[in-house]
Design a protein around this ligand. Structure first.
Ligand code: C5P
Length: 237
């Protein structure tokens, strides 16, 4: 499958048309941003690692009945995906308190909770992806209540599958962000990526952070953390 016309450039990926109107090529870059673009840099080979990690995870999810936009990995940095119209929503799942929730509500990072927290944010760079609720999303025309219900159902399943997978490889899945889109048939599909850019992953034994917080918080050994995630996921395939 040949790369066609360039469609769009995001913070970590580029999108290209193909000769099939229902398929696109997603190209993974090494660029890293944090704080809605306030901090910019690159992580050596991140694109290669995130392409591989998303491939491994989306394949696993598909095997368990989750419909995703992923079709196949084409090479080191490119994957073939179904073309979808993305809901401008970041769906966030929290299993342990960390990050913006810890900060916003003054709760210590690492605090355990008995219930899973689902949040939605409006994908809008100008306003810093603000936290919204279902009623905002419906009022803004982002999704219907019915679509949100489906999105939460799929998200809960994904959380269970991911928690189990990461647990098996010695990693605690603290939180993560996913995105959904609709294909030309109107099916809701998991889209975007699931990588250390979009998840908080803590080593179960040492508590070491194996995710983009190493970049966000200048903790060093960023590439090594991503390499470790690829290694453990590959070994447990
Ligand atoms: O920053 P916050 O605590 O809200 O992030 C929750 C989770 O969502 C983290 O795993 C983070 O990596 C992910 N996230 C993301 N993209 C954003 C915001 C958050 O992948 N724009």
């Amino acid at each position: 499958m040949e790369k066609g016309k360039f469609i769009y450039e995001g913070k970590a990926k580029q999108l290209y048309e193909t000769n099939d109107k229902d398929l696109v090529i997603v190209h993974y870059k090494d660029d890293a941003t944090a704080g809605n673009g306030a901090k910019k840099g690159t992580i050596h080979n991140k694109g290669i690692m995130n392409n591989e990690i998303t491939t491994l995870i989306f394949n696993m999810l598909e095997e368990h009945g989750i419909k995703t936009h992923f079709v196949k990995k084409l090479n080191d940095r490119d994957q073939l995906c179904q073309r979808v119209k993305i809901f401008p929503l970041e769906v966030i799942v929290r299993n342990i308190i960390a990050g913006s929730m810890a900060k916003r509500l003054g709760i210590k990072e690492g605090t355990k909770i008995n219930n899973t927290i689902f949040e939605i944010c409006y994908k809008n760079d100008e306003y810093g992806d603000p936290l919204i609720n279902d009623h905002h999303a419906v009022a803004l025309g982002i999704a219907t209540y019915d679509e949100l219900k489906k999105i939460y159902e799929i998200t809960a399943k994904i959380n269970n599958l991911l928690k189990e997978k990461f647990d098996k490889i010695g990693i605690t899945l603290v939180d993560f962000k996913i995105e959904f889109g609709k294909n030309s048939k109107g099916e809701i599909l998991l889209a975007d990526e699931i990588t250390p850019d979009t998840c908080r992953l803590w080593d179960k034994e040492t508590g070491e952070k194996l995710d983009k917080d190493r970049f966000r918080r200048d903790l060093g050994n960023i590439e090594e953390a991503y390499i470790e995630v690829v290694k453990r996921l590959t070994e447990s395939k």
